[in-house]
Design a protein around this ligand. Sequence first.
Ligand code: CP
Length: 326
Amino acid sequence: MKQFISVHDVPDINGMVRKALDYKNNPLRDKTLGTGKRIGCLFLNPSMRTRLSTQIAAQNLGMEVIVFNVGSEGWALEFEEEAIMSGSTVEHVKDAAPIMGKYFDILAIRTFPSLKNREDDYSELYIKQFIKYAGIPVVSLESATLHPLQSFTDIITISEQLAKSNDGGQRNKNSGPKIVLTWAPHVKPLPQCVANSFAQWINAWGEAEFVITHPEDYELNEEFTRGATIIHDQDEALKDADFVYVKNWSTYSDYGKIYSNDPEWMLTNDKLNLTSNAKVMHCLPVRRNVELSDEILDSPNSLVTQEAANRVWAAQAVLSTILKSL
Ligand code: CP
């Protein structure tokens, strides 16, 4: 593996899930694999889970980790080719990235979309420019349109949950699980990254009945959702679900807007009663009692803490695969 920016970089999802769960059972199994190797984790935007789990994963593999909050502590970077840099940007990525390529063996980067110009955001200029100029493997810690480490973690969490249900003899379905991605209200316009990425990974995984539910006019880019059933009636979508993934996103067509904040879309116990006692997932951070009710987040149906904890094993599986290819 030479980069990790989407599901297309993973030829065998279930193989990677097994690798991640092996690390969960034995975190220090490859504690010398990264000896003498250094990872730079660049944050152009805030993070808690991604930052800490990636650091822990790299350290479990014996790597040295340097975290650089470029967005708040570094020179303002320019990403446009042939830019006349007479504005606020101080250093071109063309000059900064090759230097990082000399300092580090792997570069991991978090960038967010502007939510102002869809074409710009969906061109993934920032991460593509780092890939182009750094000359070393690049790992996405969330980009303008995708969050692959989160989605990989989500499949790990679903897989381990399914294994538990099968061991306990609780599942009697011959088909795969029913997974519902549901839109939730939010006070701010949020990126589509997590929803796009979750849809992309679940479709590529191909082991679930996959339903997406959202208010009309919240359609995501078909490039990611193709293969899922899209239902605008949330109650109908939730029927018999085994997993409900809750996430807000802003509008895609009329880009980056909030059209609805209807509290009826917040997942509550009444809605959960429509499901097959579904486990509930969210990438976090979550706005309690806006996106998801306390009664669900604090219930045994919530997988959110397990999901966030699994971020370490996802990152460790990805970093170890890249280290082996260096
Ligand atoms: N889920 C997630 O990426 O969390 P952070 O933004 O805290 O990294």
